[in-house]
Design a protein. Structure first.
Length: 277
């Protein structure tokens, strides 16, 4: 099998159909969906079963886990594809030809190329664009110092990377960044010159608390990897702490609106109030 799509979920009944619908429509069918469910108590498992016959192959396991990286590690151990891509329940391929376009490139890549990076987008619930993430392989080592150098949800990993390495489960939100810091090398990356994945802005990953925790872990990893705390990361972390403090005082909705007002006063466009679902 060429491609394994790795997804960790828990109580994702309200969003998982976004991912499943995008997989059902794929013209290329040499892929599997490897789902690791964290003992959901809603209708997640039933939803997966309703889609099972519409997909080429589904591997589903449901049991408690310590977080997304333990779930991913469990799923990777069951994956049979030569290439892996890690998608969330509310991520989706941008169109039905994504895997058909990507597959020939993956098959032709030499064995020493272990990453294939496509472009990604984050969109608000109204369809407007929040962020477009392009790929610049030559500058990617420089970008790595301040975070993931490409869109992680549009990044294909060669499965052989995981024969001797796994995601560090001590991290709760930046384990993917930690993995890339250990393995990223611009000479081992190829760009996929097309938009691959669209992600939805909102939910836990858009919360100030999550962002602050992610940036704190990223700072720890960057210090270990590069020997210093990158100034841009420190600045972003301070902003996230301020955002969290505002939300603690005013509540989520009013706090996001107030923080967006501060962004506007600093010449930036508002975004946080638009992430609320």
């Amino acid at each position: 099998m060429l491609i394994s799509i790795i997804t960790a979920v828990r109580n994702a009944e309200s969003t998982l159909s976004i991912l499943l619908d995008s997989l059902v429509g794929q013209e290329f069918r040499d892929f599997e969906l490897v789902l690791q469910d964290g003992a959901s108590t809603d209708g997640t498992l039933s939803l997966v079963e309703r889609y099972r016959a519409l997909l080429p192959a589904v591997s589903l396991q449901s049991e408690p886990d310590s977080g997304i990286y333990q779930a991913w590690n469990k799923a990777v151990s069951r994956a049979s594809g030569d290439w892996l891509i890690f998608l969330g329940a509310d991520d989706g391929f941008v169109d039905d030809k994504v895997l058909a376009d990507v597959a020939p490139l993956l098959r032709l890549l030499p064995r020493d190329v272990v990453f294939a990076a496509g472009e990604g987008e984050i969109r608000f619930s109204d369809g407007s664009l929040f962020s477009h993430m392009s790929v610049d392989v030559q500058s990617s080592m420089q970008y790595l110092e301040v975070g993931c150098p490409v869109c992680h949800a549009s990044l294909f990993y060669r499965k052989s990377l995981f024969e001797t390495e796994a995601f560090d489960e001590r991290f709760k939100v930046a384990g993917d960044y930690d993995f890339l810091c250990k393995h990223w090398n611009a000479n081992k990356v190829r760009a996929i010159n097309r938009l691959v994945t669209v992600m939805q802005a909102g939910g836990v990953s858009a919360s100030a608390k999550y962002r602050s925790k992610a940036l704190k872990e990223t700072l720890i990893i960057a210090k270990r990897t590069f020997g210093h705390y990158p100034s841009l990361l420190l600045k972003s972390y301070v902003k996230s702490v301020l955002h969290g403090a505002i939300i603690t005082i005013l509540g989520v909705k009013l706090g996001n609106r107030f923080y967006d007002l501060l962004r506007i006063l600093n010449g930036n466009s508002p975004c946080w109030s638009k992430t609320e679902r």
